[in-house]
Design a protein around this ligand. Structure first.
Ligand code: GDP
Ligand code: MG
Length: 395
């Protein structure tokens, strides 16, 4: 009796297990097919972009390294990734300056408040000189600023810390000047060309990525040229920014002639009717002569195609201080620079370098880097900068 029941139960259990297995397999198969559908087939717009690019990519012609013109992952105007990143609204510029200049504020703002809190005397003026030099304003500029401040405080009767601070802000703003900091653009139908130079590690590639984001958000089409061919990683890094921002990337193999990358990138930009071409370059200082020859050649080749470039930007790292300024001179010898991009102001307690850079190089700081994020590039604004240096001193 039990045996019979056992057998019946066993058969029942087996059938149940078999049914479960079939259901499970069917479920897995359906899921798989669903995944395939979202991943495997390229969307029609991607196919168009890819074939388009293949036409403009010259491969191995005359022994030249293969060029890749890489389309952004999505063709629509604002790529999904960028939309996502933009959704987190960046802070207002004034607030960003205030937050990111905390380190310099700790040197400059705090000392000014402390120094003059005890009265406007000789000791306070000397302390101010020291603070400005520590913040990398530069010796000559510091002397001039403090001399002018002393004179004005005497004449205008500034006897409190607040009154001196007010004068100091005015003098710093005056020292920063009223240069035109907008980036020039081509006024005809040709693509605008911005060449970006500077010592390795200063933040060229990152700044180009951030710039591409700004431009793409403004609805402009952008081509990025990876003319830093010294390391393959450099082109890859630029490629990541191209993907993030929906820009096109033109790159060649490691070791290729940077000028030929620039040449083909300009070609690609005109073929695609792009609004803007931004050219990334290498900045190895170890071989200064070679580097400068290379840079000069990139610029000449581009100018032959495009006429005078709209901008040749020199990227300087604020954390390297005066040392960065002397490195910059080597670049000024090689190319005519039109403006400075001063990066890593967020990581420096020497934000006063902005004053020194402009003064000593005779060039406007056009953009500043305030962090590593996609939104951390700003047009330099002396008003907001000075306000950021001194606001909320106690924090
Ligand atoms: N904190 C901070 N880091 C930055 C800024 N700009 C660039 N960097 C970092 O500096 C490093 C070198 O940047 P990269 O763009 O590769 O320099 P490149 O060699 O001149 O192209 C990277 O780790 C960047 O994230 C900035 O404004 N602030
Ligand atoms: Mg780089």
């Amino acid at each position: 009796m039990f045996d019979v029941l056992d057998t019946a139960q066993l058969v029942g259990v087996l059938i149940a297990v078999a049914i479960l297995l079939v259901v499970l397999l069917a479920f897995v198969a359906v899921r798989r097919r669903g995944d395939d559908r979202t991943v495997a087939p390229p969307r029609p717009d991607e196919e168009v972009a890819a074939s388009d690019d293949d036409v403009s990519a010259d491969r191995d012609e005359g022994g030249v390294a293969a060029t890749d013109v890489i389309a952004p992952p999505e063709v629509p105007d604002t790529p999904a990734a960028l939309v996502e990143e933009v959704e987190a609204e960046p802070l207002p510029l004034g607030e960003r300056f205030r937050q990111r200049l905390a380190r310099t504020r700790n040197v400059l703002g705090v000392s000014v408040a402390e120094l003059f809190g005890r009265g406007v005397d000789e000791q306070a003026w000397e302390g101010l000189e020291e603070a400005l030099i520590t913040a990398d304003v530069g010796v000559t500029a510091t002397m001039e600023i403090v001399e002018e401040l002393r004179r004005r405080s005497r004449e205008e009767g500034a006897t409190t810390a607040d009154a001196v601070l007010d004068l100091l802000k005015q003098e710093l703003r005056a020292a920063l000047g009223t240069a035109d900091r907008t980036l020039a653009r081509a006024d005809d139908r040709d693509p605008t060309v911005w060449l970006v130079t500077g010592v390795n590690g200063t933040g060229k590639t990152t700044s180009i990525g951030k710039l591409a984001a700004v431009e793409r958000r403004g609805g402009r089409s952008v081509v990025l040229a990876a003319a830093d061919t010294f390391r393959a990683a450099a082109a890859e890094q630029l490629g990541i920014w191209a993907q993030r921002t929906g820009a096109h990337l033109v790159r060649k193999d490691e070791g290729a002639d940077p000028a030929s990358v620039a040449y083909e990138a300009y070609d690609a930009a005109t073929t695609r009717d792009a609004d803007l071409l931004i050219v990334d370059t290498a900045g190895r200082l170890q071989n200064k002569r070679e580097l400068m020859d290379e840079l000069g050649k990139v610029k000449r080749v581009l100018e032959k195609q495009a006429g005078p470039l709209e901008e040749t930007l020199l990227v300087l790292d604020a954390t390297t201080g005066q040392n960065g300024i002397s490195q910059a001179r080597a670049f000024l010898d090689a190319v005519d620079v039109t403006g400075i991009v001063l990066t890593k102001l967020d990581g420096s307690s020497r934000g006063g370098i902005v004053v020194a850079v402009q003064r000593e190089l005779g060039l406007p700081v056009k953009l500043v880097g305030l962090g590593e994020g996609i939104d951390d590039l700003a047009t330099f604004d002396p008003e907001l900068f000075v306000a950021g240096l001194f606001s909320d001193v106690a924090s």
